[in-house]
Design a protein around this ligand. Structure first.
Ligand SMILES: [Zn+2]
Length: 313
């Protein structure tokens, strides 16, 4: 298996100007990557500059950050050419790894802009090393900068930061410090392409419960009324014999909570986060977790508070 750790640099329109091409807010100008083997050892490097075709003027902040020399980018390949070359170097079915969530999305958005075949027909399972590092530090909600992680892990800084290759290189170094257990249990899913049918939906099993990424809905209300999404089931007995203990409620109209009780397996807390993908489709990220009585009581209390707040509006 190949792990491809990659990082992109992109350009965007100059300050104050509206983007000429709304479908392409960020134009990729550099791809950097390293290929790792099963033992997460570096086996190959990749670095490619890309000649801008949409925003030919490079934003001064980006120019400064990347320390680009004048004329450096005009010697790069076209995006189409570079992307094909990059995928050839990657090989078949790599495991994509990035720092954060944005690179895989921007790569696909640039590919779609140039009419390339999609990377995948549905969601892509990948490693968000930033998130995994957060889990390793015991806090997966706070996003740390790559350089912070490198400092905290006391890794040697042997190449300068902020170029695509170097960021991929340091991301790979951090990845090598993530224990296998975290790597296996905290995979991320890119939903640039959502599941197209119920059959393609993503089910994630974990020791605490289970997760679901739904297909896309043009209408948010349809998602929130779909019994397939909103009926609490017990994964352990596969049954629908779960009794509702807390009806769905939301404190903020983005995250919805509910709970049920399975006679055999206890309380199940449900959490549904409603999101919108790049194509403006709504989808749900749902989690069922087995919880104790105290957590159930807490949820009941939260529901009372949420409905009180709504009434007072
Ligand atoms: Zn059960």
């Amino acid at each position: 298996m190949n792990y491809i750790v990659f990082d992109l640099e992109w350009n965007q329109p100059q300050d104050g100007k509206h983007s000429a091409e709304r479908e392409l807010a960020f134009e990729i100008i550099e791809i950097g990557a390293v290929k790792l083997n099963d033992d997460l050892k570096l086996v190959s490097k990749y670095q490619q500059l890309i000649r801008p075709q949409v925003y030919k003027e490079i934003n001064w902040r980006i120019r400064k950050m990347l320390a680009l020399k004048p004329g450096e980018l005009s010697g790069g390949k076209s995006f189409l050419h570079a992307a094909k070359d990059f995928f050839k170097w990657c090989g078949e079915d790599p495991v994509w790894c990035t720092w954060g969530t944005q690179d895989l999305t921007e790569l696909q958005r640039n590919m779609a802009y140039y009419g390339m075949e999609p990377l995948s027909a549905g969601p892509i399972r990948y490693m968000n090393v930033q998130k995994m590092y957060g889990v390793l530090c015991g806090n997966d909600t706070q996003s740390k900068a790559l350089e912070t992680a490198v400092d905290e892990l006391q890794l040697r800084k042997d190449v300068p930061f902020h170029r695509a290759y170097s960021d991929a290189y340091y991301t790979a170094k951090v990845l090598a410090k993530i224990p296998e257990e975290i790597r296996n249990e905290h995979a991320a899913y890119d939903v640039f392409h959502l599941p197209e049918s119920r059959r393609q939906e993503i089910h994630i099993e974990s020791p605490e419960g289970e997760g679901l990424i739904t297909r896309g809905y043009a209408d948010r209300e349809k998602l929130l009324k779909d019994p397939h999404v909103m009926t609490i089931q017990c994964g352990k007995c596969g049954g629908v014999t779960v009794k509702t203990a807390v009806r769905w409620f939301t404190p903020n109209n983005r995250i919805f909570y509910a709970a049920g009780i399975c006679k055999e397996h206890g309380c199940i807390a449900a959490k549904l986060r409603v999101r919108k993908n790049e194509q403006d489709l709504f989808y749900g990220e749902r989690k069922y977790n087995y919880v104790d009585e105290a957590a159930l009581e807490e949820l009941k209390q939260q529901r009372r508070e949420a409905s009180k707040k709504q009434k007072s509006k």
